[in-house]
Design a protein. Structure first.
Length: 329
């Protein structure tokens, strides 16, 4: 009898333990999973990949804005496609200042149109956006990662929610850590995703204060390498609002770990780049990738992209699956 009681107790203990461990399992977070459309739309990921690869063959510089589009979507209202919506009064996220430089929306539209022909009403726009971001990086020779799908689309977009939710190129490390933490992301995610600045461009207004009036005394940011600052001043005059700048000079079309070397040399373009040296954990990661030639960066980037893709998702019966990504059903 004692043995039977012990067996029953052990059985219930294992049940409780399994339940607790399952709550932390990363394979099905908030209803998301890799291969969500394997049965309902088996060709979904291939269709999206073709749309991205066809576009990137014509314009390889689309990689950076497509990656940034996913980032901007997830940080405002969660990864639910609100950045894709358009309102007649122009009070949508697309028209917020930080999003005016986004481009590549037609790629989302083309992929969605192809999906609607293959399997109408099945694949959400928010999942298309997540897959596009991954495939744009793969087109730049970044190792692929499994994208969790199963998101549904939101019905709301608000221009006033963008600036307060997106990290700024002017942010210090405290602000950056706080903003990422508020989205469920850690310091490692912050420094890894910042590595996305290895591709793409910035513009003079984002660094003018670092060059000419950092503390209000017509000075430069002391955390900016003096030679690099001098070269930037030649390109950006105080009133310049249009000149584009490579975030990773000489390598801005190539996704690699050279960004971390630049940051370690105090040559990160933005204050938010320089800020990574102001925290021991983020600084340690920067130096590690610098010394090891980015040995873990690609793998870490895929993990952090998955983590970001879980922010505020709508699943199950919440939200909808839009027929067209620019408007609600």
């Amino acid at each position: 009898m004692a043995t039977l009681k012990m067996s029953i107790s052990w059985f219930f203990f294992l049940q409780i333990l399994f339940s607790l461990l399952s709550s932390f399992a990363p394979t099905n977070v908030q209803g998301l999973k890799v291969g969500f459309y394997d049965k309902s739309c088996p060709k979904a990921e291939l269709i999206v990949k073709k749309s991205v690869f066809d576009a990137m063959k014509k314009d390889p510089t689309l990689g950076a804005p497509l990656l940034r589009m996913f980032f901007h979507d997830c940080f405002v209202r969660g990864c639910e496609g609100s950045v894709l919506l358009e309102l007649k009064n122009k009070k949508d996220e697309k028209n917020a200042v930080p999003n005016l430089s986004l481009r590549g929306f037609e790629i989302i539209d083309n992929a969605k149109a192809a999906l609607e022909k293959e399997c109408p009403g099945i694949v959400s726009c928010s999942d298309v956006l997540a897959l596009v971001a991954r495939d744009a990086m793969v087109a730049l020779n970044v190792p692929s990662w499994g994208v969790e799908t199963g998101r549904r689309d939101g019905r709301v977009t608000n221009i006033n929610e963008v600036t307060s939710n997106l990290p700024s190129p002017f942010d210090n490390i405290t602000s950056l850590i706080t903003q990422f933490r508020s989205k469920g992301l850690g310091k490692k995610d912050l420094v890894v995703l910042s590595g996305g600045h290895t591709i793409g461009i910035g513009h003079c207004p984002q660094i003018t204060n670092r060059l000419y009036n950092f503390t209000g005394k017509r000075d430069s940011d002391p955390n900016l390498d003096t030679e690099y600052a001098a070269s930037l001043r030649k390109k950006c005059k105080p009133t310049d609002t249009t000149t584009a700048l490579e975030m990773d000079p000489g390598s801005f079309k190539t996704f690699d770990a050279s960004y971390f070397k630049l940051v370690s040399q105090r040559r990160g373009l933005f204050q938010s780049d320089a800020a990574l040296l102001d925290n021991q954990e983020t600084k340690s990661y920067v130096l590690k990738q610098t010394k090891s030639y980015g040995s873990t960066f690609f793998k870490d980037f895929g993990v952090s992209m998955v983590n970001m893709g879980r922010i505020g998702v709508l699943t199950g019966r919440t939200g909808e699956v839009r027929k067209k990504c620019r408007m609600v059903n």
